[in-house]
Design a protein around this ligand. Structure first.
Ligand code: PLP
Length: 454
């Protein structure tokens, strides 16, 4: 075994050699990188030994918590048997095939097949190509346009960043690419005006129908959305939204793509977000909770509607990744799903810890700076507000969220901020007392905001 390298000067080495995703490197190098060394349950520890309660499960992904030896052992065993083989050209490996079966067993009647990738972004590129290939195979060569939402997030590849509705991402690299269109998001607090949430849900879903009309039904291949918009700020749609979206896609013969990268594998108290909202996607990208982040793996769940055409009409699908269905990642994912099943984590989120979290999270609405605290299962979005009564927002939303987040981190709580929204997405194994710790520390940070900003 290799000796562990000295950790004392890692921050300096990092500043010299490591470019980080989604980071202002100048600012990061000046501040010094936080070096996380180990994790156990919902806690992570940095190289100074400081403990943090990770209320974000890494990046919405460590669903079974840190430190699961059995996942490490499953990966180790698989590495000894067969560290790598591919799934191209008529081959597979036992874990890749068994994992596809296992995922399908939880995904419902019409989603029986899986195409593997290494990440959510690759899953996005995969369904994007599949949607176009599907319509082409049916002779509808004009059906190529894809509709997505402002403030959505679907990854960082060129197609992913284009489908996402993040202005700052679009500005870097002349995005979106051709053939992608954006409609509004179901963000009632900020954009609902005088409408009730239910009215607003229908109105914003109606933008899909209007966009299909504008582009022409015969040109639109697919619509994509996250069940709950994650990176956009945990935007939980009004309950009228999803049924109307599903109705429109069906009526207009447009493929419905539900991005399950965050919501899949139990986060909403259902195996998948589309089950929680009662809609049936034609394609559904997955990643993150599939392996709880222990190893990189993603995929696309493919409905019979699309898969039957791909199998019967298409011939070769000229698409794939060297590591599609990587056997070690697949073995880790299989063990991860076994844990979710054995510990009943999906039901735990639905019936026990989710309702506890919901009540604790909601209790924050009594705070002066909180406009709204919403959650589903173990995902929560907290709207900060300068004036609760009028839903008036702070003048510099990004600074406000960052202020609260930094206070949390200093006090040993990992939270994320998107603008003036605080986001939580802890491991599905989090205990009641750990939730109490999250709420207590977040409340202190909210007090700090109240006491420092007008
Ligand atoms: N889709 C959604 C909804 C996501 O939240 C993310 C990542 O956060 C992605 C896709 C991209 O996944 P990855 O970072 O694994 O490429």
């Amino acid at each position: 075994m290799n000796e562990k390298p000295a950790l004392s000067n890692l921050a300096a080495i990092d500043a010299a050699h490591h470019l980080h995703p989604f980071s202002d490197m100048k600012e990061l190098n000046a501040r010094g990188t936080r070096v996380i060394e180990r994790g156990e349950g919902v806690f992570i520890y940095d190289t100074s030994g400081k403990r943090y309660l990770d209320a974000f499960a890494g990046l919405w992904c460590v669903n079974v918590g840190y430190g699961r030896k059995s996942i490490a052992e499953a990966a180790y065993r698989q590495m000894q048997d067969l560290p790598y083989y591919n799934t191209f050209f008529g081959t597979t490996t036992p874990p890749a095939t068994l994992l596809a079966q296992k995922i399908a067993s939880h995904a419902g009647e019409r989603l029986k097949r899986v195409f593997f990738t290494n990440s959510g972004s690759e899953a996005t590129d995969t369904w994007f190509r599949m949607a176009r290939v599907y319509w082409k195979a049916l002779g509808k060569t004009e059906k190529t346009q894809v509709i997505a939402r402002r403030n959505g997030y679907h990854g960082s590849t060129v197609a992913g960043a284009s489908l996402g509705g993040m202005k700052l991402m679009h500005e870097q690299g002349n995005l979106p690419i051709e053939g992608i269109h954006h409609i509004g998001q179901p963000y009632w607090y900020a954009e609902g005006g005088d409408l009730s949430p239910a009215e607003f849900g229908l109105k914003v879903a109606g933008e899909l129908e209007a966009k299909i009309d504008e582009l022409g039904e015969d040109r639109v291949a697919a619509f994509v959305a996250e069940p709950i918009q994650g990176a956009g700020g945990v935007i939980i749609p009004p309950e009228t939204y999803w049924p109307e979206i599903a109705r429109i896609c069906k009526a207009r013969n447009v493929l419905l793509v539900v991005d399950e990268v965050i919501c899949g594998f139990g986060r909403l108290g259902a195996w998948f977000g589309h089950q929680y909202y009662g809609v049936e996607p034609d394609l559904a990208p997955i990643a993150k909770g599939l392996s709880s982040g222990y190893l990189p793996i993603g995929g696309v769940l493919v409905s019979d509607r699309v898969a039957d055409v791909m199998v019967d009409e298409l011939g070769d699908f000229y698409h794939g990744f060297t590591y599609s269905g990587h056997p070690v990642s697949a073995a880790a994912a299989l063990e991860n799903i076994r844990i979710i099943e054995e510990e009943g984590l999906v039901a735990r989120v639905r019936d026990d810890i989710g309702p506890y979290f919901a009540a604790a999270w909601k209790s924050l609405e009594d705070h002066e700076v909180v406009g709204q605290a919403e959650s589903v299962g173990l995902i929560g979005g907290l709207q900060l507000a300068a004036d609760k009564a009028t839903r008036r927002r702070y003048r510099k939303p990004d600074d406000i969220g960052t202020l609260v987040r930094n206070h949390c981190v200093e006090n040993g709580l990992i939270m994320r901020a998107t603008g003036d929204r605080m986001l939580a997405s802890p491991a599905l194994t989090i205990s009641r007392s750990e939730i109490d710790e999250v709420i207590g520390k977040l409340r202190n940070a909210l007090d700090h905001l109240r006491d420092t900003v007008e």
